[in-house]
Design a protein around this ligand. Structure first.
Ligand code: AMP
Length: 284
């Protein structure tokens, strides 16, 4: 794996490989890599000729500064894992390289309703920061394909919108969520949970499965209420939302009988660690 910390040599190297740029896949990450990230790398490798990953903890997407300060950094291990997974190129830029003019908000993406709800409501400015960094990275790497995880489903929808706004001809691939044995979605934030908390955190997945199973027996509002009560009983201290929404627009649904592809999404806290997860609710 070749590692670049600055843009010019990265682009010079990728320029050499330019015949492959349409078959280059890009996997942006914030590091502290786990199986979820690595499964994206592996899928990208299977489907594209060249796999480029980035590790950059983007300050502009953190609405909570202490979350940014506490974000885990495990760079040596990350490099080892990327190498083992067959990643071809790692872009590891500094803050200055990414934002030479500082991190001030000189951008304003019209994400419409998408950034008012769910994560957008609880993390004001988060998706603007995500769009800023992803646009910058895409303009640097110039890959034909972008790979992201379904775990951050709303983020995928935001990036789909961003690609339309900025007119970048890039194909977005959404990779299934990788989970621990108890169903807890892998996340860099899980490093902040002790063993007991990780056990409790499995309740998010259980509630998603409960919603899936019971969706034809209970009203959606009863389902959401039941999930919230179960999460609190299982040790979550706060539930930001349990929502059942149209999987395309993320508009909340009042019933699931209309043939619309639906998705259930949850955000909740185990002590001070905020976890999110989702599952599609298919019709079968
Ligand atoms: P992050 O480093 O948290 O910004 O995540 C980088 C990419 O990995 C994003 O596209 C995430 O959606 C994806 N990702 C994070 N956790 C998982 C997981 N458990 N399974 C699959 N993809 C994931």
């Amino acid at each position: 794996m070749v590692i670049f910390k600055t843009i010019a040599p990265l682009q010079a190297w990728l320029g050499v490989q330019k015949d492959f740029s349409a078959n280059t896949g890009f996997v942006p990450t914030m590091g502290a890599l786990h199986e979820g990230h690595l499964s994206i790398i592996r899928q990208c490798r299977e489907e594209q000729i060249l796999t480029v990953a980035s590790i950059f903890i983007n300050p502009t997407q953190f609405n909570n500064l202490s979350d940014y300060d506490k974000y885990p950094v495990t760079i040596e291990q990350d490099i080892r894992l990327l190498e083992q997974s067959g990643c071809d190129v790692l872009f590891l830029p500094s803050l200055k390289e990414m934002y030479p003019n500082g991190v001030a908000a000189t951008f304003n993406y019209d994400l419409g309703d998408l950034e008012q709800k769910l994560e957008g409501k609880y993390r004001p400015g988060h998706f603007q920061g995500v769009c800023q960094v992803v646009q910058r990275l895409l303009e640097i790497v110039k890959s034909g394909h972008l790979y992201m995880g379904q775990k951050d489903y709303q983020q995928c929808m935001v990036i789909k919108k961003l690609l339309g706004i900025v007119g970048l001809p890039i194909q977005l691939h959404i990779v299934p969520t990788v989970r621990q044995e108890n169903g807890l979605a892998m996340s860099s934030r899980n490093m902040r949970l002790d063993e007991e908390e990780r056990k409790k955190a499995g309740s998010i997945y259980r509630q998603l499965m409960m919603i899936k199973k019971e969706k034809s027996n209970l009203t959606l509002s009863a389902l959401k209420q039941k999930a919230i009560e179960n999460l609190l009983a299982d040790g979550f201290v706060k539930v930001d939302y349990v929502e059942i929404a149209n999987a395309e627009t993320l508009e909340p649904l009042t019933d699931t009988k209309s043939g619309i592809k639906a998705i259930a999404l949850i955000a909740a806290y185990i002590n001070d660690v905020r976890l999110i997860d989702n599952t599609e609710l298919s019709d079968e």
